[in-house]
Unconditional design. Structure first.
Length: 288
């Protein structure tokens, strides 16, 4: 029985396209096919990492702690300063808006509601993706370009468990633990902006927080949001590092693509997460 040979449009990357399903895939526009392939590869990589972490939960925590220590030691100053400056820059027009509306005394409660729901998570995860995620992609990509990953596979060492798993777990834990300090930095930077622009005394700003009270559900939702964002950043950046090719130029493109894709994926994830969480808890973040 002769094998069916596919002679339709070429598909990238190259592969055995001889079945009817592959012929159907070839008819899908290239951009849509490439995006779907990238998303599928990232999902598959994340699934392998989670399965390996759950099936064999021992043997990688020392690497995770070392990776967390190295990452936090090198990036905590940059993340803290950038988070403070970015939130301060955004708090100034926000304070001007509420002052023009005549409700400056509600700036504190409004800040707390929005920061715990989306604002702080969005800014903090973007910084993690830009600083930590880019470094992860560059490190894994350089190993890929130098063919170190192929050498590890030849020696019987699983590069996913040895290199990818500790990095995804570490960036997930770092992003989750960053939730509370990021919220505190948001409050401090916004208080400085409200005092400098709106002339609101510190006592009035912090006293306005009595209008609201963070419930356990809100704190858990904030940290779980950061947890999902950390998984997303780790999967995207590690996948782009493992798929880097083309020498130094290809590695640079992989790092840029990883950061851009992570930014876009975080934005989409925030929309979906907030829609789901507000559907289950409609009163989340409301003034009490």
């Amino acid at each position: 029985m002769e094998a069916t040979v596919y002679d339709g449009p070429p598909i990238e990357p190259d592969g055995p396209y001889g079945s009817k399903l592959s012929a159907t895939v070839a008819k899908v526009p290239g951009p849509i096919r490439n995006v779907t392939s990238e998303a599928g590869g990232m999902t598959l990589l994340l699934g392998k990492v989670l399965w390996s972490a759950v099936r064999h939960p021992r043997g990688y925590w020392n690497d995770v702690l070392d990776e967390m220590h190295f990452t936090i030691k090198r990036s905590w100053i940059a993340i803290s300063v950038a988070l403070f400056g970015f939130l301060l820059a955004l708090s100034v027009p926000s304070m001007q808006f509420v002052a023009l509306a005549g409700v400056g005394e509600l700036y504190g409660p409004l800040l707390l509601v929005q920061s715990t729901r989306t604002f702080t998570v969005w800014v903090a995860t973007l910084l993690v993706a830009g600083v930590v995620g880019a470094a992860m992609t560059a490190e894994l990509g350089s190993r890929k370009v130098r063919e170190e990953l192929d050498a590890m596979e030849v020696m019987g060492i699983d590069p996913i468990r040895t290199l990818v798993l500790p990095r995804i777990v570490s960036v997930t834990l770092i992003t989750t633990l960053l939730a509370i300090p990021a919220a505190l930095i948001t409050v401090v930077s916004s208080q400085f902006g409200s005092w400098f622009i709106g002339g609101i005394p510190r006592a009035d700003f912090y006293g306005a927080f009595l209008w609201t009270s963070l419930s356990t559900v809100e704190v858990v939702a904030l940290m779980f949001n950061c947890f999902l964002a950390g998984l997303l950043i780790g999967a995207v950046c590690c996948y782009k590092g493992l798929s880097a090719a083309g020498g130094a130029m290809g590695l640079g493109k992989a790092v840029n693509q990883a950061v851009v894709i992570a930014f876009l994926a975080l934005f989409i994830m925030q929309l979906g997460y907030n829609a789901v969480i507000l559907g289950f808890f409609p009163g989340l973040g409301a003034f009490k």
